[in-house]
Design a protein around this ligand. Sequence first.
Ligand SMILES: O=P(O)(O)OC[C@H]1O[C@](O)(COP(=O)(O)O)[C@@H](O)[C@@H]1O
Ligand SMILES: [Mg+2]
Ligand SMILES: [Mg+2]
Length: 331
Amino acid sequence: MSPKTAQELALPVGVTLDRFIMLSQSAFPYATGELSQLLRDIALAGKIINREINRAGLVDIAGGNGTDNVQGENQQKLDIIANIRFIRALKNGGEVCAILSEEDEDIIHTGNDHGKYVVAMDPLDGSSNIDVNVSIGTIFSIYRRVSPIDGPATKEDFLQGGRKQVAAGYILYGSSTMLVYSTGDGVNGFTYDHSLGEFILSHKNICSPQNGTIYSVNDGYINDYPAFVQNYLTKCKEKSCTARYIGSLVADFHRNLLRGGVYLYPSTKKTPEGKLRLLYECYPLAFIAEKSGGKAIDGFGAILDILPTSFHQRSPIYLGSSTMVDEVMRS
Ligand SMILES: O=P(O)(O)OC[C@H]1O[C@](O)(COP(=O)(O)O)[C@@H](O)[C@@H]1O
Ligand SMILES: [Mg+2]
Ligand SMILES: [Mg+2]
């Protein structure tokens, strides 16, 4: 008899994340609890970063850090703080042997060589919105390592390809703070209850609406986009679709996931290979999109089918409601 899925376990809205993880694990008789612990460690890091973000305007953690990351982007102080907090939580948790972060050029070895998992992450997404109190997020992607246990992780552990993710998700720091993730069967969302210090199941088995009227794109670059994108955006305007663009990928994606819509970050003359990073932005959100019934493409095929070649490679991305993504592709 195959293990019961989390959905079949009928976990009620209102259970804590901890209980949800425990019961979901019981659906897998051979589970040993390491992935469960890792998900808890990510939730803990999320709580800590949430606290820092909430008081960003009060203390001297706003603004630039005066340093650039491997992508040549100015790092915000909160980019650095989120990076440090996440690395520390995953190191202390013990289940992760290595981390790949947007803020670091190379693999970060945690010293937990016995750890079975590696994590690729965007510790703070939407950095341009940090100082103006607009929703931002954290994005994560989890793989089971392929390198021998008890040795150092290798680059092959991170270049397995999007379909090899064992779990992925994001934390949205918005009007409320939410953790949304999938371990492959269904997508669930948990809202942070500050008074309890707990993530509570609030959005069970999220299904992306097949179609929608919202499109999210930086319209300012329209003349730089490929012809098929310009055609698609013209059609959207002809149909009086609704333009919504926060400029934080996690926030734009989340709204469209619940309401129906499509997010587009095409290639441009400035970024011919696209702006968003494959391993810790595109793959994890494509995983959530597909597991909730949506789609994610690069203009040629599925994002999850792209074979990665380097840690910080970029890709154009079109993701969200399946009918709208198909329409982009046909434009
Ligand atoms: O300002 P642009 O070019 O529209 O880009 C906005 C996009 O860039 C990002 O900020 C890139 O992510 P980071 O903030 O993690 O670097 C996305 O969140 C967002 O969707
Ligand atoms: Mg980002
Ligand atoms: Mg970032």
